[in-house]
Design a protein around this ligand. Structure first.
Ligand SMILES: Nc1ncnc2c1ncn2[C@@H]1O[C@H](COP(=O)(O)OP(=O)(O)O)[C@@H](O)[C@H]1O
Ligand SMILES: [Mg+2]
Length: 452
């Protein structure tokens, strides 16, 4: 490994790390540059790595201030820390020859630098939202994969970390995010605002966060940039790809609601299934509960087909009655190895006598309920991509599913243009269930495909 090359920073990283120190009249080291920064760029542009260098830089800054650095670093899920952030942070800490220990249980880094004991608390969005930041008096906050959180969660994360930044001069928050969504983060970065997040009129000329675009082409460390760009081009329109690569906020979903569904090519009569059986659900509390059965087959490790085999939809039934219907499909197609469902099933107690959530009730009946928090866009992008590649077949008997696919398109308006919002209507439960299947089963597949 070439150490010298590794320590180089790209032009956007320079901006992200830029500081303008000065000593104020009380002799305290201050930073004149805008405190909060967000790095916006696609996969592999180096955002996580930059966030790690940012942490080092803030530790150095606090040390010069003769203060200890207490950081809070959030990511949407704990596995992100284990798989990505911890290895990168270790690498960067080692390169800067910092002495540190990591407590696996509490997920806290203890860093000894310049005679101070600095800390970094790693917190998942769930923990942060559940108030697990209480008691931490931090100096700086960091958020990786900010856009993977829903907008309300982003707001909550930002505000709860802001509330913990006490007892220090020039606190900062830094964000790393893809430009894939337009929402709270964009609002934070947007200069010359005239409305606040709730839509009330205000007169803010300053944005809260400085927006730094990480252009994909700037990252010399990205191994196969051309392959990556090619893959993006196969998924999105040229305009979207252009914006994405340049780090402009872009709504990748655009007009893409199951736009690759084609009744003629995707709907077939299916009487037998090969491969792995899975089920996918959407629970309705006041409305329909949907359950679909699908088979997934692979050839030489490559996905060869997803077949939507069967389905049922019920209105306000007990979990026991739903389970009976499920068992009928198990006899017909085989028992699913996984049952993908709505994460909200954890909080709801459909007809429960023992205070168990719906997911707990089905688990007790021997189902293998799997759920992942997600954003809607991700499920649709993955699903469209598989439809586009003709990797999905839908059995003619799946009436609700097919109606849902036909209905979830954009309404054709009188003037020939398309409406801004898709029409969903009463088949929404099949739609949600299908997205859970796409996200739970294919998210990692899709991400590897994008990252290469
Ligand atoms: N300044 C840098 N020096 C060395 N490697 C870097 C630098 N910036 C990015 N990288 C490397 O580029 C790759 C992608 O970076 P990463 O931060 O994981 O991207 P992102 O979070 O944007 O998806 C990683 O292997 C990382 O080590
Ligand atoms: Mg990253």
């Amino acid at each position: 490994m070439n150490l010298k090359a590794k320590l180089k920073v790209t032009s956007y990283q320079k901006k992200f790390l830029s500081t303008d120190y000065y000593i104020d009249k009380d002799g305290i080291l201050r930073d004149r540059t805008k405190a909060n920064k967000a790095l916006i760029g696609g996969f592999g542009t180096g955002k996580t790595y930059s966030l790690c260098i940012k942490i080092i830089q803030r530790i150095q800054f606090r040390t010069k201030q003769k203060k200890r650095h207490i950081g809070i670093c959030t990511a949407p899920v704990n596995s992100h820390f284990v798989d990505v952030l911890i290895p990168q942070l270790d690498t960067v800490l080692d390169r800067y020859r910092f002495k540190y220990k990591f407590n696996q249980v509490d997920k806290i880094y203890y860093i000894n630098h310049g005679g101070f004991n600095h800390k970094i608390h790693l917190k998942s969005s769930e923990q942060a939202k559940a108030g697990r930041l209480v008691g931490i008096n931090a100096t700086d906050g960091y958020h990786d994969e900010f856009d993977v959180n829903k907008n309300e969660t982003q707001k909550k994360l930002w505000e709860s970390v802001e509330a913990r930044l006490r007892d220090c001069i020039d606190p900062t928050q830094s964000i790393a995010t893809t430009p894939e969504k337009v929402g709270y983060c964009e609002w934070l970065c947007n200069s010359s605002k005239d409305v606040n997040w709730n839509g009330d009129k205000v007169n803010n000329t300053e944005s809260i966060v400085e927006y730094i675009r990480a252009e994909t082409k700037d990252n010399a460390f990205l191994a196969d940039a051309s392959g990556y760009v090619e893959r993006l081009r196969s998924l999105y329109t040229p305009k979207q790809v252009e914006a994405y690569l340049k780090g402009y906020f872009v709504n990748l979903i655009g007009n893409r609601v199951w736009e690759y569904f084609n009744e003629e090519t995707h709907v077939k009569e299916i009487s037998k299934s090969y491969g792995t059986i899975v089920s996918f659900w959407d629970f309705g509390w006041n409305d329909f509960t949907y359950c679909g059965f699908a088979s997934i087959s692979a050839n030489n490790g490559q996905l060869s087909k997803v077949k939507i085999l069967d389905e049922f939809r019920v209105n306000k039934m007990t979990t026991e009655m739903i389970h009976e219907k499920y068992k009928e499909l198990c006899v017909k197609w085989g028992k699913p190895i996984a049952d993908y469902c709505d994460p909200a099933g954890n909080q709801h107690h459909l007809g429960s006598k023992m205070g168990l959530s719906v997911i707990e009730q089905f688990k007790a009946m021997g189902l293998n309920m799997k759920f992942q928090s997600s954003n809607i866009i991700e499920g649709i992008v993955i699903g469209n991509n598989l439809l586009h590649k003709q990797l999905i077949e839908i059995n003619t008997i799946c009436k609700h599913f097919i109606k849902m696919m036909i209905n979830s398109s954009y309404e054709e308006l009188k003037n020939g243009t398309k409406s801004e919002k898709p029409v969903h209507g009463e088949y929404e439960s099949a739609e949600a269930g299908f997205r859970y299947l796409m996200i739970n089963e294919f998210r990692s597949f899709y991400r590897t495909m994008l990252r290469g």
